[in-house]
Design a protein around this ligand. Structure first.
Ligand SMILES: Nc1ncnc2c1ncn2[C@@H]1O[C@H](COP(=O)(O)OP(=O)(O)OP(=O)(O)O)[C@@H](O)[C@H]1O
Ligand SMILES: Nc1nc2c(ncn2[C@H]2C[C@H](O)[C@@H](COP(=O)(O)OP(=O)(O)O)O2)c(=O)[nH]1
Length: 226
């Protein structure tokens, strides 16, 4: 039996976490788990946690750690038969520590993208609010301008994707993420990728995962034959 693979992807807003997670899911068969999507599902289903989370998200605040961990960790515990990549969680040290208690991660991918690139991408980011589907007018445009490919509903832009709002968001991301990155660096599982283009980063991530997943599988096979 092959060993299950657990990965986390981190990076500032617009760094390509969602885009790269989708590629990883398609190329390596990992389940893409996005904290933002999971929150939106809970909001749509009117769960107790969803109703609570909505009040924070509407104010553009992080959802408190205890709400996030209570929502996310049981979901991960259900995924005992799947390899996954987690996008958007953990965001804080408390979340990272709770995750470490629940499972052992194989790889953490950290995206380090220049500020000017982030500004440019988010200026062109359009979102289908109900599903969280993300488009970019230059990189992955919708088939029809302003309209979601699947539902046909209108796309919106977030107020805080404006370049003026981004500098403050980025500073906040760096402050909160720094201890998380330090923790994963100390555990020797952090891999940082810096470039302006997802298409240039992708071959490096792909070869890292090829090596890690193949190595893990062959050691699991060795263990099962011993
Ligand atoms: N791990 C988390 N901890 C706390 N709040 C979270 C977490 N993940 C998501 N959220 C909340 O859900 C909202 C939507 O998350 P989502 O990841 O979709 O978009 P985002 O924060 O705008 O990030 P990005 O621009 O990087 O895609 C966040 O703004 C935040 O309020
Ligand atoms: N021009 C350009 N746009 C890109 C590239 N990679 C991703 N994008 C787009 C897709 C989105 O509209 C936006 C942000 O990407 P995302 O995957 O939503 O990032 P994240 O907020 O989940 O980290 O940028 C890229 O390499 N070039």
């Amino acid at each position: 039996m092959s060993k299950l693979f657990r990965a986390v992807i981190m990076g500032p807003p617009g760094s390509g976490k969602g885009t790269i997670s989708e590629r990883i899911a398609q190329s390596f068969g990992l389940q893409h788990l996005s904290s933002g999507d999971f929150l939106r599902e809970n909001i749509a289903a009117n769960t107790e946690a969803g109703v609570l989370a909505k009040t924070y998200i509407e104010k553009r605040l992080l959802v408190p750690d205890h709400v996030m961990t209570r929502l996310l960790l049981p979901r991960l515990e259900e995924m005992t038969r799947h390899s996954w990549i987690l996008d958007g969680f953990p965001r804080t040290l408390a979340q990272a520590e709770a995750l470490s208690r629940a499972c052992e991660l194989d790889v953490v991918i950290s995206l380090n993208i220049p500020l000017e690139t982030l500004k440019e991408r988010l200026r062109h980011r359009w979102i289908h609010p109900a599903s969280g589907r993300v488009y970019n007018l230059c990189f992955n445009p919708p088939r029809m301008q302003g309209v979601d490919d699947i539902s046909g509903e209108p796309l919106i832009q977030h107020e805080d994707d404006r370049p003026e709002a981004l500098v403050a968001r980025l500073r906040h991301y760096k402050d909160v993420a720094k201890p998380v990155i330090d923790l994963y660096k100390a555990k020797n599982i952090l891999h940082t990728f810096s470039d302006t283009d997802t298409d240039r980063i992708w071959p490096h991530i792909s070869s890292l995962l090829n090596t890690k997943i193949r190595t893990d599988q062959s050691s699991a096979q060795r263990a099962s034959t011993n």
